[in-house]
Design a protein around this ligand. Structure first.
Ligand code: UTP
Length: 646
């Protein structure tokens, strides 16, 4: 009986909603007709609007004032609808129909992993600096000439709360190099070695990777594509222009702008307008999954194929360490013949990091894919492990933690994208007002993620992973000081500008240690933005110093650093044979300058990292410190030649 009552009430509500929609449709159609009759809109504009009305979007137009009022803004609205239509494969019609389907599934609480059982996929865990790693790096370095890089940098960065773009933030204060500079210079450093190897091969040499010299020819030029969005495009372009593309040639870097998608007000996928402007659609980023369709439609993939490239490496806007692990991971892709390789770090159970999992369906299908951490636990409980997401005997989850730096094999990728156009399975994540799931707290939108690409592949696709330790492969800057502090208090990684800078120094310091240098361990003796994080000697090894561990080892001898020392080395020609630093030492060598540092002892007042006070500039406030350079021993070699120090 009660059920009947609810059903009747629901029916009444639905009937009322349909009547309101009909009414809106009639009014919106009349509005369009009146505007065309008065010449306020063209017949083309009217067609666009009628199509929009037919998609259940009459509410966008029904309440427009009479022709003559806001005509310019109305025409701009039509343009925006057309832009949204062009920006989405299949146009707004497809977007709305996809949205309705996903919103229905979300309302019904459908489990996206129904019928799938997770297990640990095949991949490789690599210990940085081990003999196995050195072999993989050698193999990977041979692949770099045939590698293309793609930086996804269209994100809003809401969690960080920085007013600029993330790639313009300094990685560290010792040199103040920003993320984009670091990335471009790493690519150029790899390119130089590839060119050197090519030159040595042509000259009948051994093809080892210490070479340098002339700019790479087009065959060995390593391209970089950057995905931007309306929020980041102009600032990214400006950063490149102001810095002469950080030494890269202009045709080497391609910017691809992703369009935003319309926000959705309700389960009928009615589009939302901005709070303060009824003539502007509310738009939000569609997610980094757009990168696949953009690479396809921009023609870049075909271009790279015709250049004989073999690999595409995807990376994110703030991970200063990623280039340290790329050669080894490329080696894994090559030796395991992987068409899709996810770079990973060891994952603690329940950590908020996606898990790379092999999913097997009841019907026999298989896929290796990222499972979000909040989905992994219920999935494991429902299938293989009643305890859910737990550590194994190693103290870590058996599932590797996805850091979303991806390596794909270009020929298979380009072929697949020809078939799919780069469309990636979408998802929707509405925040409902209550358990009836009929209204949202705020408009939502469809999103897609680049790591979901393997969902479009068949069961036989070779998809795997490569795990490196956190210290050498993963240090993102995502969180504001306040959010970072909360994470610090709950003993989680803070992923702030503060930790990002410290981890960069520590990673370089650890590389020196591994190469045999005497570098004291990091200590916790200072507090920035309320966080006490370990900090050791501040070491910066510039991108061109070495692109592989083998190369680094050949350039590091008896190096001894004091606990609070700073050491900055830039240039591929610097060889630290014997050097002791208690203070701050900077050595910069230009292209063609070979500098043997043998018997140099530096003692000075060095540099201090000092907490920022109130009213500090935004960039300093994010990190919580500024650097006071008291005294520096600085050696700059700006002309090619052979030098010794002291
Ligand atoms: P994040 O998950 O860090 O998202 O993106 P975000 O949008 O940058 O930051 P929040 O969530 O608002 O705090 C991971 C990577 O994907 C890129 C980001 O720029 C970052 O490199 N991204 C994200 C895009 O390129 N486009 C998008 O639509 C979203």
């Amino acid at each position: 009986m009660r059920v009947m009552v609810i059903d009747a009430a629901r029916r009444r509500t639905t009937t009322r909603a349909m009547a309101a929609m009909d009414d809106a449709r009639v009014r919106a159609t009349a509005v369009v007709d009146a505007h065309v009759a008065r010449g306020a809109l063209t017949t083309d504009d009217a067609r666009t609007l009628r199509e929009t009305i037919a998609l259940g979007q009459a509410h966008l137009i029904a309440d427009w004032p009479a022709p003559g009022v806001d005509d310019e803004r109305k025409r701009a609205f039509v343009e925006e609808v057309r832009r949204a239509d062009r920006g989405y494969p299949g146009g707004v019609a497809k977007y709305v129909s996809n949205a309705r389907e996903l919103l229905r599934a979300s309302k019904e609480g459908k489990n996206p992993f129904e019928g799938w059982t997770p297990s640990v996929p095949t991949g490789k865990t690599v210990e940085y600096g081990s003999a196995a790693h050195e072999i993989l790096e050698k193999i990977g370095m041979r692949e770099t000439a045939e590698t293309c890089f793609v930086l996804v940098a269209g994100g809003l960065g809401e969690r960080l709360g920085y007013s600029g773009i993330k790639v313009a933030l300094p990685v560290e204060r010792a040199t103040n190099a920003c993320y984009l500079e670091l990335y471009v210079k790493n690519i150029l450093a790899m390119e130089k070695r590839a060119e050197g190897a090519e030159g040595a091969k042509n000259a009948g040499g051994c093809g080892c990777f210490g070479g340098g010299g002339a700019k790479a020819k087009s065959s060995t030029k390593i391209p970089l594509a950057i995905m931007t969005s309306e929020d980041t495009h102009a600032l990214t372009l400006d950063l490149l222009e102001r810095n002469d593309y950080f030494g890269a040639s202009r045709d080497q870097i391609t910017l691809m702008k992703q369009e935003k998608v319309p926000c959705l007000m309700d389960n009928d996928a009615r589009l939302a307008v901005k709070d303060d402007d009824p003539y502007k659609l509310a738009l939000k980023p569609h997610g980094h999954g757009d990168v696949h369709s953009l690479l396809h439609t921009s023609g870049l993939l075909s271009k790279w194929m015709s250049q004989g490239k073999k690999w595409v490496v995807f990376f994110q806007d703030t991970n200063s360490l990623v280039f340290r692990v790329i050669p080894g991971a490329l080696g894994v892709s090559k030796t395991m013949n992987l068409e899709f390789n996810s770079l990973c770090v060891p994952r603690k159970a329940k950590e908020a990091v996606g898990a790379i999992s092999l999913l097997t369906h009841e019907d026999g299908r298989k896929m290796t894919i990222n499972v979000e951490y909040n989905q992994l636990d219920p999935l494991l409980r429902a299938t293989t492990n009643p305890e859910g997401d737990v550590n194994d005997a190693t103290g870590f989850s058996p599932f590797p933690g996805n850091i979303n730096q991806l390596i794909v094999s270009l020929p298979e990728y380009a072929k697949q994208l020809k078939k799919t156009g780069g469309a990636i399975e979408e998802f929707v994540n509405p925040k409902y007002k209550d358990e009836t799931k009929t209204a949202f707290k705020s408009p939502t939108r469809l999103e897609c993620m680049m790591q979901d690409y393997p969902k479009s592949l068949g069961s036989k696709a070779k998809v795997g992973f490569t795990v490196f330790a956190n210290w050498i492969g993963y240090s993102p800057v995502k969180n504001s000081p306040a959010d970072g502090l909360a994470k610090f208090k709950s003993n989680g990684p803070t992923h702030t500008a503060t930790s990002g800078e410290f981890e960069f120094y520590e990673s370089c310091a650890n590389l020196l240690r591994l190469a045999g240098a005497d570098v004291p361990a990091a200590a916790v003796d200072a507090e920035f933005n309320g966080m006490k994080l370990p900090m050791g000697p501040r070491v910066v090894l510039g991108p061109d110093v070495a692109t592989s561990f083998d190369e680094l080892k050949s350039k590091v001898g008896a190096v001894k650093l004091g606990a609070k020392s700073a050491l900055v080395v830039e240039g591929s020609g610097v060889n630290l044979k014997n050097v002791e630093v208690d203070g701050a030492l900077v050595i910069k060598a230009c292209e063609g300058a070979e500098v043997i540092v043998d018997g140099l002892k530096v003692t000075n007042k060095g540099w201090q990292w000092k907490p920022t006070g109130k009213g500090a500039p935004e960039v300093d406030a994010l990190a919580g410190f500024v650097v006071k350079k008291n005294e520096t021993a600085e050696y700059v070699f700006d002309k090619p030649g052979k030098y010794t120090l002291p």
